[in-house]
Design a protein around this ligand. Structure first.
Ligand SMILES: Cc1cc2nc3c(=O)[nH]c(=O)nc-3n(C[C@H](O)[C@H](O)[C@H](O)COP(=O)(O)OP(=O)(O)OC[C@H]3O[C@@H](n4cnc5c(N)ncnc54)[C@H](O)[C@@H]3O)c2cc1C
Length: 414
């Protein structure tokens, strides 16, 4: 396979580089992990500039506020690589942009696309994902939050948990059981809930980073219009799987691993342990090279996914690998950075010896969460083995029924 760029793409790369050189003064300052919260006016203004130039929302149709380019995987990877290499923030990466927008483009009504996509891509409306519930994470289809149609409104009661960003989101896409008598996968609907609706209560939860990143969300007689449903009643599981496809791609995004690896490389050239540079330590250098090979493998695997998508084929195993491989890889990169800092690696709170404002230590803890979020690594491995490699299914543990959703552990988040 010839991976060199032809002239057209070399020209495109030059265009991207010129844009970055001319506009980087407008980019928001690099945020450290610690202050990475809800994006503000600087990020929104930068996003608007990127959309106008075609470096964010590139393939979103113009009628929905995007740039309207034809999908081209090489252009997408050139954009990601050039922004990452220049150390300049690319477009916004919220849950709405990564997951909801492609879902609506695939299965939303024209009205839903027109109403929600423009505000999602500019960041004006921030989204959160209401899937998991206490007791319904891996076995997501056992979820119990209830939606009952009363006249022209859904009335929702129940609870979600681990809802990232719900404390500042304006909207939630949410899985709700609307057909209690149907088999569990067919009783779920995909509803769009404004977070300021009376009866929605958000209660933040702290992760081990010490920050509140996700939440519990309670619904107490929450009423939303009957039209806030994507696809039909009972079709929520199918819609959820469209969203999950994009969530996994986003969670294993190679551009992120490439940027993280480049940061690691700089750190290992800079930091010294017992007087010699970390990169000159044979054991650390050996780990570094292994990680470089893995980063390249992730990048090329992603090209397989994008190529198959563009050709209208199912990338099969390649897509399943992305989330699993990318999230585990990021955690390994963070771990090497911490080891390369020697005794300074254990620092976390502010102090004069803290490196990169404690970002590596925070990422190490945060990335562990991403290995679980969006479907845990164990579940991903099972899916890869069973659906990708056609290996025999794991024996199922028989669990005594506990109301709805009891039965067998099915590893449904997949
Ligand atoms: C940082 C973070 C952010 C998140 N953000 C969101 C969000 O925004 N919205 C949302 O809806 N959810 C979110 N989640 C929740 C996430 O999707 C769930 O944590 C995940 O699906 C696992 O579910 P669980 O926590 O209930 O664990 P469980 O399903 O209880 O699993 C516990 C352990 O058992 C293993 N296990 C379970 N079943 C099987 C099986 N059949 N075979 C083998 N092993 C099995 C799992 O791998 C895991 O190790 C987030 C989670 C994290 C950590």
């Amino acid at each position: 396979m010839d991976l060199s760029l032809d002239q057209r793409y070399l020209d495109f790369r030059d265009e991207v580089r010129s844009f970055i050189a001319a506009n980087r003064g407008h980019a928001p300052p690099a945020v450290t992990f610690r202050d990475r919260v809800k994006p503000g006016p600087a990020e929104f203004a930068w996003q608007a500039r990127l959309i106008e130039a075609g470096y964010a929302a590139r393939t979103i149709p113009r009628e929905y506020g995007g740039f309207g380019a034809e999908p081209d995987m090489l252009e997408q990877s050139i954009i990601a690589e050039e922004f990452s290499a220049a150390g300049v923030q690319g477009g916004l990466q919220g849950i709405g942009i990564i997951m909801l927008v492609p879902t609506l483009l695939e299965v939303g009504t024209p009205e839903q696309k027109a109403r929600y996509i423009p505000k999602a891509i500019t960041g004006e409306e921030w989204w959160c994902q209401g899937y998991s519930e206490p007791g319904s994470g891996s076995d997501l289809a056992s979820l119990r939050t209830r939606g009952v149609l009363e006249g022209d409104e859904w009335v929702i009661n129940g609870q979600k948990i681990w809802t990232s960003g719900a404390h500042y989101a304006q909207m939630m896409f949410c899985l709700v059981r609307t057909e209690p008598d149907a088999p569990k996968h067919r009783g779920i609907s995909y509803l769009l809930i404004p977070m300021n609706t009376p009866g929605v209560t958000v209660s933040p939860l702290k992760t081990m980073t010490g920050r509140s990143e996700f939440n519990q969300v309670f619904f107490d007689d929450v009423r939303i219009p009957a039209t806030n449903i994507v696809a039909g009643r009972g079709e929520g599981w199918k819609v959820a799987n469209v969203t999950l496809k994009h969530e996994r791609g986003g969670l294993g995004d190679p551009a992120k691993s490439i940027a993280r690896f480049e940061g690691l490389l700089k750190l290992m050239k800079r930091e010294t342990v017992d007087g010699s540079r970390a990169i000159d330590d044979p054991l650390l250098a050996d780990r570094l090279m292994q990680l470089e090979a893995k980063v390249l493998a992730l990048k090329f695997n992603n090209m397989r996914v994008l190529t198959a998508d563009l050709e209208g084929n199912d990338p099969g195993l390649a897509r399943l690998v992305t989330k699993y491989y990318g999230t585990v890889l990021n955690h390994e990169i963070d771990a090497l950075a911490i080891d390369a800092m020697g005794e300074l690696g254990v620092l976390y709170e502010d102090g004069e010896y803290l490196r990169d404002e404690g970002a590596w230590q925070a990422w190490y803890m945060h990335d562990l969460g991403l290995i679980i979020g969006g479907g845990s690594t164990n579940i991903q491995r099972n899916i890869i083995a069973e659906r990708g490699l056609d290996l025999p299914r794991e024996p199922k543990a028989v669990i005594p029924p506990q109301g709805m959703g009891g039965g067998t552990a099915s590893g449904g988040r997949g």
